[in-house]
Design a protein around this ligand. Structure first.
Ligand code: SAH
Length: 339
């Protein structure tokens, strides 16, 4: 078993079951996540026989790096997991710290038709240790500290709910990576029941919802999930999250020419949001493959932005962060598999 999949309390249970003192758990967690040991022999304040038992019972293995590409303030990683599944992670160096975008599944079943990841059907969910070890790998490899995590890589995190929540418990632990809940963002295509469960979960973090359209017809055309959980139901779940957590939700809106970028749609989006605690992030479409979509012109984006602003909606335009390294969802994997 890979030790990065254990929560702190599971580690304590292991120690008890092994006849050890649970007071050793903090030393082990600090070793894993603060000291970032490469071998159990490096653990501090642990006697030799326990180090050897840990070595017998657990591995410290990390994903294998297949490819790395760097852009301006961005590093993109293509990893192979133990079963040779391919996933991606992207490090974004920002003014406020280093943010790592990680994958949550091998492939994705949501089939949003403008997204590369949806072209590779889901093979399996990532295990908690495969989520955690993306962070550990990048921190060790680049000698950086990651201060923010976003689950916006390949996969739908709420289609892997249990493992993602266990991951959040592990990375928030004060003896571990100690990431605060306001430094962790889960991005979903809109699984309403899981949004509600997340809202009341002990280890919830921030929430981003991929909205991409203000009306049912356009959204159903872009995102099949909308036929299961239409915008009305999605917005109810979103408002429940806001009410339970007191946190704002980010609505992601990828600008697709002549599909979701008209002034009428900007007005509809404003009406949908009303005065609630939402923040709209307009994302330029990252156009690399022939999926039949074109990015909106700068002028269309600005017009759309201005209408939201005029309606007192909080709105930002995302810089085209990943495009120089093909960091839009699923692109590195798609390129790799083509070659
Ligand atoms: N499944 C989750 C997280 C992964 S996708 C979700 O849907 O939120 C991360 C974000 O990138 C989503 O908002 C997705 O719709 C968007 N996206 C996918 N392909 C894109 C592209 N080519 N250009 C811009 N945004 C894209």
């Amino acid at each position: 078993m890979n030790i990065y999949g254990l929560t702190f309390s599971q580690l304590e249970d292991y120690l008890i079951a092994s006849g050890e003192k649970i007071t050793k758990a903090p030393f082990i967690f600090k070793g894993l996540y603060q000291q970032q040991i490469n071998s159990f022999q490096e653990l501090l304040n642990i006697r030799q026989s326990l180090k050897e038992q840990l070595q017998t019972d657990f591995s410290l293995s990390l994903p294998r790096l297949l490819q790395q590409s760097s852009g301006e303030n961005t590093e993109k990683f293509l990893f192979a997991l133990q079963d040779d599944s391919l996933i991606e992670a992207v490090l974004m160096r920002q003014k406020y710290g280093n943010s790592l975008c990680i994958s949550s599944q091998v492939g994705c079943n949501m089939a949003c038709n403008f997204c590369q990841s949806g072209r590779f059907k889901k093979v399996r969910n990532l295990q908690p240790q495969e989520l955690v070890s993306q962070i550990i790998f990048v921190q060790k490899f680049l000698h950086v500290t990651i201060s923010n995590i976003v689950l916006m890589g390949i996969g739908e995190p709420f289609d892997n709910y249990q493992n993602v929540m266990q991951f959040l418990e592990i990375i928030q632990h004060p003896y571990g990576l100690a990431l605060g809940s306001n430094h962790i963002t889960v991005s979903t295509c809109g699984l309403a029941p899981q949004i509600e469960a997340y809202a009341t979960h002990t280890y919830h973090g921030l929430l981003a919802i991929s909205l991409h359209a203000p009306d049912e017809q356009t959204r159903s055309r872009l995102m099949p999930i909308n036929r299961r959980y239409p915008i009305t139901q999605l917005m109810d779940a979103a408002r429940f999250y806001i009410q339970q957590t007191g946190k704002k939700i980010m609505l992601e809106y990828t600008m697709l020419q002549d599909i979701n970028d008209t002034p009428q749609q900007a007005q509809m989006l404003s009406d949908l949001i009303g005065s609630d605690a939402f923040h709209v992030n307009l994302i330029p479409y990252n156009q690399t493959q022939n999926l039949g979509f074109t990015k909106s012109s700068q002028q269309q984006i600005i017009t759309f932005y201005d209408i939201l602003k005029k309606n007192h909606i909080t709105v930002t335009m995302r810089r085209e962060f990943g495009s120089s390294v093909n960091a839009a969802c699923g692109q590195l994997r798609a390129d790799y598999e083509r070659n």
